[in-house]
Design a protein around this ligand. Structure first.
Ligand code: GLU
Length: 446
């Protein structure tokens, strides 16, 4: 099989959300796994709603996820291709001008429904002669253009959903071009998919019904339709659909709360699939878990609490090399020993800042029984310290003071870290070091 050429085609009308990330990532993983090409196509023919800052945000979000498009294109720069396709379709009699106003169409729809008929466009405009058209145009009416569907059943084997078929006789001829000459999504999408040689169109299942029309359009334009795969959609934990325009669970927002891109990617791809949601160390590993044919048909619920838990599980296994630069940007300079000591206590990477402060100081120790901690300070062994120092020292404190269990460990933890919880002290103590440990046990800020 030839290398896949796929595309992710958002319209830059809002911030990408976790559901868009699902589509983008599935396409990216399919491309990378097959040594193929990933195209970012900005569907910006809706000039009024498309904005440059959203286009930039999309590029930033994809980069954050680890997606580097091989090619980026904007539909607004390709209008000449769509105009050429229109000419071709008009010449074949597959695109015809219609003059109905939205009100007229609505009245017709209501009449059809009242008579128990499906509200399908009746093709009245097809019967207009040149004279009638001229008369309508003289009244100032401009045509919108409909694609004449072939009334047959269109079938395809969906990469996710298996055999699919749509009876096109039950569909209205779709409007491809508006009165003002602007394009609706369908025609530019097909023209671009043909021009780029897209091999697989992988997108959300909200596009299943468009597929039959698009297949007819591919054929009318002299091409062959690519394969199609329609994955299930993500909903919020309460079952609502996600919307780019409403800023639902935006990637930017998730990024700003300090979540790991790999955690977001793992959840976005694995939720609602046959694989258990679990942390992955790389997108390559995620690619090995992706199987389009085993994506569930039911909508998948995206639960932010599940993402936070997954983020923690991921951090607990990440090597320092994966986070070193970001830790440095947070002012955390600890090396491997620090990272291995604290990573098991992190929910988000930024939590490392707190433990770095505990190690570096100064902190104000919390002490109830000064005599006890002062005695413990006297018993600190000489440096160098290592992973067994804590055990040797606490055994010495235990045998001298008689304290044990919680009564032994809690006062020491409070004095050394000013907290009642945290990473293993066996790992923290050598990082804190003799001078600071001794001072804190004596109640001094250090
Ligand atoms: N711009 C369309 C959307 O965001 C693209 C759909 C497609 O992938 O064909 O829904």
């Amino acid at each position: 099989m030839s290398a896949p050429i796929v595309r992710f085609a958002p319209s830059p009308t809002g911030l990408l959300h976790i559901g868009n990330a699902r589509t983008a990532l599935i396409n990216w993983l399919v491309a990378k796994r097959g040594g193929g090409t990933f195209v970012l196509r900005l569907d910006d023919t809706d000039v009024a709603r498309s904005r440059a800052e959203f286009a930039e945000a999309i590029a930033d979000d994809l980069a954050w996820l680890g997606i580097r498009p091989d090619r980026t294109l904007r539909q607004s720069e390709r209008l000449h291709l769509y105009d050429a396709a229109v000419e071709k379709l008009v010449a074949q009699g597959r695109l015809y001008p219609c003059y109905e106003t939205p009100d007229e169409l609505e009245r017709r729809r209501k009449r059809q429904l009242a008579r128990g008929l499906p509200p399908v466009y009746d093709r009245a405009a097809l019967k207009l002669g040149a004279e009638e058209r001229a008369r309508l145009e003289a009244q100032g009416r401009r045509p919108h253009w409909r694609f004449l569907l072939d009334h047959r059943t269109v079938a395809w084997r969906d990469l996710v959903r298996g055999e699919c078929h749509v009876d096109c006789a039950s569909l209205s001829d779709p409007v491809l071009r508006r009165e003002d000459g602007t394009y609706l999504y369908t025609l530019p999408s097909v023209v671009d998919d043909l021009d780029l040689g897209i091999t697989q169109v992988i997108r959300g299942e909200d596009h299943v019904t468009n597929t039959a029309v698009q297949i007819q359009l591919f054929e009318a334009l002299g091409g062959t339709a690519p394969a199609f795969g329609h994955h299930n959609l993500l909903t919020t934990a309460s079952g609502e659909g996600l919307s780019k325009r409403l800023g639902h669970l935006s990637l930017k927002g998730l990024r700003e709360t300090g979540l790991e891109p790999l955690a977001v990617a793992a959840l976005a791809v694995l939720v609602g699939s046959a694989e258990a949601v679990r942390p992955v160390l790389s997108l390559d590993e995620l690619a090995s878990l992706l199987d389009l044919a085993h994506i569930s048909r039911a909508p998948a619920k995206f639960d932010e609490a599940e993402l936070v838990a997954l983020n923690a599980r991921l951090l607990h296994m990440l090597p320092l090399s994966a986070v070193r630069d970001r830790l440095a940007a947070l002012g955390v300079e600890g090396g491997d020993a620090f990272w291995l000591a604290v990573r098991g206590n992190l929910e988000r990477l930024t939590d490392a800042v707190e433990w770095w402060r505990v190690v570096e100081g100064p902190i104000d120790p919390v002490i109830e029984n000064h005599a006890f901690t002062a005695q413990a300070a006297d018993l600190l062994p000489p440096e160098p310290w290592n992973a067994t120092t804590w055990k040797e020292w606490t055994e010495a404190v235990k045998s001298v003071t008689g304290a044990k269990g919680r009564d032994l460990f809690m006062p020491l933890r409070f004095a050394l870290t000013a907290r009642d919880h945290g990473p293993e002290l066996a790992a923290l103590l050598p990082l804190i070091g003799g001078a600071k440990a001794c001072a804190r046990l004596r109640g001094e800020r250090a």
